[in-house]
Design a protein around this ligand. Structure first.
Ligand code: CP
Length: 321
């Protein structure tokens, strides 16, 4: 049975069984070349409208492990500026419509993977996932999100894998998503996605903590308790997932730097010696202190390493599908 509902992977909702997909990723971690001929003769196009390190490299390695060729195109910095609005009069900065570009990718590739960040200006376009949906509509290819306007599913699958492989007690771990300070407004994608996957996975006690006014869209946080007192939320946590995000309601803002929200060793004493996670890149001593990042509690490197296995599990499902 396929572990994906269709030939797109842009959300937890596209997965039939999160546990089974995470197990598959861990199988690849134990034996990276298990399916080394699966993608023979196939090509994945990885389109980056925005910068990346981990996503780009891990997806390339995952494709290579499956015998596929990966072609990277930094559309954002090297390509023609794309137009996404239907019936646009293209007399401004945009040079090529996605309606014309995407079918060409359909001729070149077998799978299309796309990174396209939100504008943080037009909430309606961002939250309708206009850009990635236009690629799905016009390419006719299986599409994998490398982080879209509202979600980062390969990161979240990685986070599930990392919790699964590090938690061995016969109970559910307490997992806290904790807002962190930052110097500029960041998308809500990672936080939305982490919440969506934790809720859909259902194998953790999940709590969200952030300053008032930083509420995420309820469709992602669901019934998770939202606690404005960070110290209270951290009590007995087994995992603290640290991430900044800008405001959702008054869209795309940061009101103040809130340095007191940075996770420190002192705050970690409130937890059950929690493991600390972050998707990276991280601004040291703004989002997370040196003392945490350089301590044994930090599993951020293990987490980033697992990006390969998450990507490999998803690509293998698309190749089989
Ligand atoms: N976590 C993550 O997506 O990293 P990159 O932005 O470097 O790809």
């Amino acid at each position: 049975m396929s572990l994906l509902k269709s030939n797109t992977f842009i959300s937890a909702a596209d997965v039939t069984d999160i546990n089974a997909l995470a197990d598959k990723a861990l199988q690849y971690k134990a034996n990276p070349l298990l399916d080394k001929a699966l993608g023979e003769g196939k090509r994945i196009g990885c389109l980056f409208l925005n910068p990346s390190m981990r996503t780009r490299l891990s997806t390339q390695i995952a494709a290579q492990n499956l015998g596929m060729e990966a072609i990277i195109f930094n559309v954002g910095s090297e390509g023609w500026q794309l137009e996404f609005e239907e019936e646009a009069i293209m007399s401004g900065k945009t040079v090529e419509h996605v309606k014309d570009a995407a079918p060409i990718f359909g001729k070149y590739f077998d799978i299309l993977a796309i990174r396209t960040f939100p504008s943080l200006v037009n909430k309606e376009d961002d939250y309708s996932e206009l850009y990635i949906k236009q690629f799905i509509k016009y390419s006719g290819l299986p599409v994998v999100s490398l982080e879209s306007a509202t979600l980062h599913p390969l990161q979240s699958l990685t986070d599930v894998i990392t919790i699964k492989e590090t938690f061995k007690e016969p109970r559910k771990p307490k997992v806290v998503l904790s807002w962190a300070p930052h110097v500029k407004p960041l998308p809500q994608c990672v936080a939305n996605s982490f919440a969506q996957w934790m809720n859909a996975w259902g194998e953790v006690d999940f709590v969200v903590t952030h300053p008032e006014d930083y509420e995420l869209d309820k469709k992602f946080t669901g019934n998770a308790p939202i606690i404005y007192d960070q110290d209270e939320a951290l009590k007995d946590a087994d995992y603290v997932y640290v991430k900044n995000w800008s405001t959702y309601n008054d869209y795309g803002k940061i009101y103040s730097n809130e340095p007191e929200w940075m996770l420190t060793a002192e705050k970690l004493k409130l937890t059950n010696n929690a493991k600390v996670m972050h998707c990276l890149p991280v601004r040291r001593n703004v989002e997370l202190s040196d003392e945490i990042l350089d301590s044994e509690n930090s599993i951020v490197t293990q987490e980033a390493g697992n990006r390969v296995w998450a990507a490999q599990a998803v690509l293998s499902e698309l190749l089989k599908g």
